[in-house]
Write a protein that binds this ligand. Structure first.
Ligand code: ZN
Length: 235
């Protein structure tokens, strides 16, 4: 423990208070550097239900980490900036789901580049599940509309548009896909609820797909502005 020798009483006090704040601090001797340094080392856990071999699931999770290294903010940070104080739809669960979907749009190219089939990109929501589930979810949406539960309705609409556009992108990125879905099937159906907001949300997601940046906080800001200016929540 040679570096720790420099922890005198005052330093030890500061060090202990940092540990209490949750920092994990490791010490290392590195003869290749010319001076002392402190740098963050990011730590992630990739979890799985079993140790069954799954190359595509591993690639998927590693790409989530790569994206965060390139500036895409994780859900915890996004929730710090956009939460129920910003708009009532932004509960932690919704922010997490939406942020996860936003990441997926930006991971497809790398996944294909690694030689995997786009149909293996998502393990738990294959096309059939989504399409079958759509009917049930639409029924719930209509129920929400009848109950005037606009918050529940809007959250569900946003996630559905996002999913529809992701599966649409499958078709654009890889013709051979069997899991891809044409977004119109879902978008046109949703327009029956409110054409204006569906168009605006559709444009917002399209912009996110087309832009080269990974600044997801701008997406959340634009979504906030869109909701505030929309008549949808007021009627
Ligand atoms: Zn994912």
């Amino acid at each position: 423990m040679p570096l720790q020798k420099s922890l005198n009483e005052k330093n030890q006090e500061l060090y202990t208070s940092l540990l209490k704040q949750g920092f994990e601090i490791n010490f290392e001797i590195d003869p290749s550097v010319s001076s002392w340094y402190a740098q963050p080392k990011f730590k992630y856990v990739i979890g799985a239900p079993t140790d069954e071999l799954n190359h595509t699931a591993m690639a998927h999770e590693l790409l989530h980490i790569k994206l965060e290294g390139m500036g895409f903010e994780n859900s915890i940070n996004i929730y710090k900036y956009f939460n129920e104080k910003t708009n009532e739809i932004f509960d932690a669960n919704f922010v997490g789901n939406l942020n996860n979907s936003l990441a997926h749009f930006k991971m497809l190219d790398d996944f294909i580049q690694m030689g995997y089939s786009i149909d293996d990109f998502l393990q738990d929501t294959p096309r059939e599940y989504f399409v079958k589930d759509m009917i049930v979810r639409l029924a719930f949406l209509i129920q929400d509309e009848l109950n005037h539960d606009k918050v529940a309705l809007l959250k569900e609409i946003i996630l559905m548009i996002s999913t529809a556009k992701l599966f649409n992108l499958y078709k654009i990125k890889q013709d051979s896909t069997t899991e891809g879905v044409h977004e119109d099937i879902i978008i046109i159906t949703l327009k029956k609820i409110n054409e204006n907001i569906i168009n605006e949300l559709n444009n917002l997601f399209q912009e996110w797909i087309d832009t080269n940046t990974l600044t997801n906080q701008f997406f959340f800001q634009k979504l906030t502005d869109l909701i505030e200016s929309s008549e949808f929540m007021k009627t």
